[in-house]
Design a binder for this molecule. Structure first.
Ligand code: ZN
Length: 455
């Protein structure tokens, strides 16, 4: 039997970073097993679903390189099917109409809360005439056998069992044309011939209900694998208050390969930290998926991104960067930036390569010296550069500046103001490297300007 998996996001928001991780694990499992990865848009919530969110979900998956097989399935296109299945189940007496009023159900719920028992409704209409009389919500007849259990072998967590009596005769549709979540999911998954349902552990409580619906329908139950959740720094499920949860929101700062690498290694043990998708396919196993949730560590993401940026083809790097149109450095010089970049937007920190730096003159002051002394040294540096033949190369200039440093008795006093003059920043690659990127003329211009600033 061909492996078929799916993700089923709702277009009521952007693709959540946790759903992106589920998508990745589904995708890896499908590719490992020569199967198919499908996308179903659960758009039955007409008030909150939008076409814009749907498009943004597709865009995010494409950006991450998680291409789905076949066409996008939309739940809203399947309404006739839900009605047909409900009518069939009603005729078989497996589901029934519950005519209890909202007030009656609410009173029951409150009483149960008072007794500290799980809320559930065991309905006495199921085997009476009322149960077959149209009207009211539609429930699955679950509790005919009070001692029965429902269980499954989770691919990640092992044996999981629930007492059906705790579920009550749960509702599956508000009416023939208004299916509820668990029922619609089962009808759709069965329709799409999904073999493995791989999703977040927040769905574990839905699984026994879905299995009972499969059984009522007389359909084969797929295998289930419940993934650990991604957690915020306080160990609760990652949500907006922890920061950005929209996968597409990471596009401006991170390479898709890095985000995939990060999400993949976050909850699955791989043989190394930097992994391509192709390598992940090889090693993916349910037994290597972690059981407990992992904290979303942005420092780790930054580090992984820096590794990917470092190995990026310079031509691709400049294509991604949105600096002065047409600006780029030679391949060797590009590494001055890519060796130091964690987030793509940090490239702006290197803007001195493509535009005049602006800074406060106080920054020119080396910590152990005063401003006058720093400028005095910088003026000497200017003379050294003026006299130096750039054809002789970086090491030659470094040597002359080092000799001068020995004379001054403080290396920082020579290099600090020089760095600031060229970059306007406290941190940068070696100023000699930068001088050779800028060229002699521009280097002299900036040093001279710095010296003028302070007078
Ligand atoms: Zn009832």
């Amino acid at each position: 039997m061909k492996v078929k998996v799916r993700i089923a996001p709702s277009p009521t928001g952007f693709l959540h970073i946790g759903t992106a991780q589920s998508a990745l694990y589904n995708w890896l499992f499908a590719h490992k097993n020569g199967g198919e990865f499908h996308l179903r848009i659960e758009d039955t919530d007409k008030e909150r679903s939008t076409k814009e969110y749907e498009q943004s979900i597709l865009d995010a998956l494409e950006w991450l390189g998680l291409k789905w097989d076949g066409k996008v399935v939309r739940q809203s296109e399947n309404t006739a099917k839900y009605r047909e299945v409900l009518e069939q189940l009603l005729s078989e007496g497996k589901v029934f109409y519950c005519h209890h009023t909202k007030d009656e159900l609410e009173a029951e719920r409150q009483a149960q809360e008072g007794e500290k028992v799980p809320p559930q409704h065991v309905c006495n209409h199921k085997d009476s005439e009322k149960g077959t009389t149209p009207g009211g919500i539609i429930r699955l007849a679950v509790t005919r056998d009070a001692d029965s259990t429902v269980s499954f072998e989770d691919e990640i967590r092992g044996h999981i069992e629930f007492k059906t009596s705790l579920l009550g005769d749960f509702s599956i549709a508000k009416s023939l044309d208004e299916p509820l979540y668990n029922f619609a999911v089962v009808v759709d998954d069965a329709d799409m011939e999904i073999t493995h349902v791989i999703r977040g552990e927040d769905h574990i409580s839905n699984t026994p209900k879905q299995i009972l619906i499969y059984e009522a329908l007389g359909l084969a139950v797929p295998k289930f694998a419940h993934l650990p959740l991604i957690l915020g720094s306080d160990k609760s499920k990652l949500s907006k208050r922890h920061g950005n949860t929209a996968a597409i929101g990471y596009k401006k700062d991170y390479l898709p390969e890095a985000v995939i690498n990060f999400l993949g290694t976050l909850s699955h043990t791989f043989s190394k930290e930097i992994m391509t998708k192709k390598e992940m396919i090889e090693e993916f196993e349910f037994s290597k998926v972690h059981k407990s949730g992992a904290v979303f560590d942005v420092k780790k993401l930054n580090w992984i991104n820096s590794q990917w940026v470092k190995n990026l083809d310079p031509a691709i790097f400049w294509k991604i960067m949105n600096v002065i149109p047409g600006f780029s450095l030679s391949d060797d010089d590009t590494t001055l930036i890519t060796e130091r970049l964690e987030r793509l937007s940090d490239a702006q920190e290197f803007s001195y390569f493509w535009k005049e730096p602006e800074y406060d003159k106080e920054l020119l002051k080396w910590k152990k010296a005063d401003l006058d002394k720093s400028i005095e040294t910088l003026t000497e540096v200017k003379k050294i550069i003026d006299d130096f033949d750039f054809e002789k190369g970086k090491d030659g200039l470094r040597k002359v500046l080092d000799e001068f440093s020995v004379k001054v008795g403080d290396k920082g006093l020579v290099y600090w103001p020089f760095r600031v003059a060229l970059t306007g920043r406290e941190k940068s690659p070696d100023p000699v490297d930068i001088a050779f990127v800028l060229g002699k003329e521009k280097t002299l211009e900036r040093v001279e300007k710095a010296a003028r600033l302070s007078s």
